[in-house]
Design a protein around this ligand. Structure first.
Ligand code: M6R
Length: 606
């Protein structure tokens, strides 16, 4: 993972590098560093922990160079410490890296034999020493870098500067994203356009195997074979992006509160509100005859995909295969001829999802992606992109991106259902109307947030929490458990309610809160039976339902009263209490809600 940035500027660049890193902190935040070329020498400052530690260090020990690189880290090789923080240096080369150099051990042994002295435990440091090694053999920086790149295996985005070269920076991309930003007599490199937004909106995305040589006044991109190539210069939409919590205490809370609005935007993109119909882009396949839909994603995005599976099977009567991306590819799942594969990702950069997309593409599937970041790699490698209009999501715990993914996927399910003759016009209008009402329900539920602060006192004392749901509520139970564990660090598991008696029921005692996601739908009675099983064993039920608590015939410790909803849209609305339970519990426990330990927003390593 990690975020990288580079600037060939007109003034000292350290402050701008840190500003750009702030926008990349979602990619990792366990240490950070910058380096510049100062009077021909390489000078760097690094700090363990959050970016503010680096900023403080730079106040005490400023850097004056006008050419520099920066990095915010999510540790893969070597503990999160200052010595492992990037940039990494040899005597005349300084490098920042996002990704993993798979053959770093053999390179490190070879370079050590040749006299290199390593100062960190990282895979990255070999890159600096390898380029230096090539330079010692007589190569100039560009040629030395080209030779070194040819020896690296794995995934990387690199930004490299050189002692004695104040007007040279080299970037390379193999498996990890890298954008070139074009300024006025200035050049930039960044893991994404958001990092570069304060400086320029003119960006060029490198393609796999590309590397770029930058000078302030010019740039040249070459492909893996060393041929000069042209890549389009785009105008990025990222410039309007502000890293701003508004009046909210955390980004996560702000993003929870934005949901009504961004769901409306996303739905509007896929519907004709006036006609009460779905208006969907041509996916380039005949939805009436497509044999199967394969869905893949990771984490919360996977749970959105799981909801879509239930929707597509029930409403469109189409077979759906779904698996987490890290499994689908490696189990070599066979793909049907003429199949459609749908990938769901907020960042559009998740390495497992991207690799599985490529696997399905190679297997002849039509690739559709539901992504939030418009120009992301997953978006660019898809045949059709279905954007979610959530806006930038900064909190590591996904909230508004999830409900926007559900919104787009709900419309997809209706489009497929219509194409397959499973949806009358009247039924379509009924389901569209139900979707249109979702933002209103969210707004009114958010008026009662105090309730969750009270519940948080109880949850914060629990060591384990179980979440149960059936049918469309099962993925929401899984999502509820993920939200709680990732930001509060309380152990939580989601189960299909009917599976309880096959093992997990052994965990139940009076200290375990059991959150039951149970809209009053056609499966409600079945879930009631499971609640009774829990209650009979002393389990403390938190009922999330529109049904009366008296209707379940057993004791309920707490009842989060939900509005009566059309069963089709319950996942979109029931996601909210899951988010609020997790958020308020984490706040009470004093964890770092927006940047929980060990995590990163964008997971660009497999
Ligand atoms: O960017 P993506 O949607 O592809 O990310 C997938 C997961 O890493 C992500 O949903 C993760 O599970 C979140 N931290 C959950 O809140």
């Amino acid at each position: 993972m990690c975020g990288i940035v580079g600037i060939l500027g007109a003034k000292p660049v350290a402050e701008d590098l840190v500003d750009a890193l702030r926008r990349l902190e979602y990619r990792g935040y366990d240490s950070a560093g910058v380096a510049t070329v100062e009077n021909g020498h390489l000078e760097r400052r690094r700090a363990e922990g959050k970016l503010r530690n680096l900023s403080e260090r730079l106040m005490r020990e400023p850097l004056a160079g006008k050419a520099g690189i920066g990095h915010t880290r999510w540790a893969t090789h070597g503990a999160p410490s200052e010595r492992n923080a990037h940039p990494h240096m040899s005597e005349n080369v300084c490098v920042v890296h996002n990704g993993i150099i798979e053959n770093f051990r053999e390179l490190r042994e070879e370079l050590t034999r040749a006299g290199a002295v390593f100062a960190s435990d990282t895979d990255t440091e070999v890159v600096a020493h390898l380029i230096s090694y090539e330079m010692r053999k007589g190569a100039e920086p560009v040629e030395a870098t080209r030779n070194a790149l040819g020896r690296l295996r794995g995934a990387f985005a690199l930004a490299i500067i050189f002692a004695g070269h104040d007007n040279l920076m080299i970037g390379a991309r193999e498996g990890s994203p890298l954008a070139v930003g074009h300024g006025d007599q200035q050049m930039f490199l960044g893991s994404d356009a958001i990092a570069l937004a304060p400086f320029t909106d003119k960006v060029t995305y490198l393609e796999e195997g590309d590397w770029v040589v930058l000078h302030r006044e010019s740039f040249e991109i070459r492909d893996r074979q060393g041929r000069k190539v042209e890549r389009p210069m785009l105008t990025s939409q990222a410039s309007g992006f502000l890293v701003d919590k508004g009046n909210h205490r955390h980004f996560m809370l702000k993003e929870i509160h934005e949901q009504a609005e961004v769901i409306s935007h996303t739905l509007t993109n896929y519907m004709d509100m006036a006609a009460g119909t779905v208006r969907f882009p041509d996916l380039g396949v005949d939805l009436a005859t497509v044999p199967r839909i394969t869905i893949s994603a990771c984490g919360t995005a996977y749970y959105a995909g799981l909801v879509a599976k239930y929707w597509l099977e029930r409403y469109a009567r189409i077979p759906v295969e779904i698996d987490v991306a890290s499994e689908l590819r490696y189990r070599e799942a066979p793909m049907p001829e003429g199949g459609l594969a749908v990938f769901v990702s907020q960042s559009g950069e998740t390495a497992d999802t991207l690799a599985t997309l490529r696997y399905c593409k190679a297997a002849g599937q039509r690739i559709v992606s539901v992504v939030n970041v418009r120009n992301s790699t997953i978006a660019r490698e898809s045949h059709v992109v279905l954007p979610t209009l959530a806006g930038p999501e900064i909190g590591v715990a996904s909230t508004k991106a999830f409900t926007c993914q559900l919104s787009a996927l709900a419309c997809l399910a209706l489009a497929v259902a219509r194409a397959r003759g499973q949806l009358s016009e009247e039924r379509e209008r009924e389901l569209v109307r139900a979707l249109v009402e979702v933002p209103r329900h969210l707004t009114s539920l958010l008026r009662d947030e105090r309730r969750y602060e009270e519940l948080a006192h109880w949850f914060s004392k629990a060591k384990d929490v179980l979440y149960l749901g059936r049918g469309l509520s099962y993925p929401i139970a899984l999502e509820g458990a993920l939200k709680l564990k990732e930001i509060s660090y309380i152990h939580a598991e989601g189960y299909a309610a009917g599976e309880m008696k096959h093992g997990p029921i052994a965990l139940i005692d009076e200290k375990v809160p059991v959150v039951v996601v149970a809209p009053n739908d056609d499966l409600f009675e079945k879930t009631v039976s499971n609640m009774q099983e829990v209650a009979a064993r002393g389990g403390q039920i938190v009922l999330v339902s529109d049904a009366d608590r008296d209707s379940i015939g057993c004791e309920v410790a707490a009842h989060i009263r939900m509005p009566a909803l059309h069963p089709f849209v319950t996942p979109l609305v029931y996601a909210l209490p899951m988010q609020l339970i997790a958020y308020h519990t984490a706040v009470l426990m004093g964890t770092d809600v927006d940047q929980p330990r060990n995590l990163a927003k964008s997971v660009t390593v497999e």
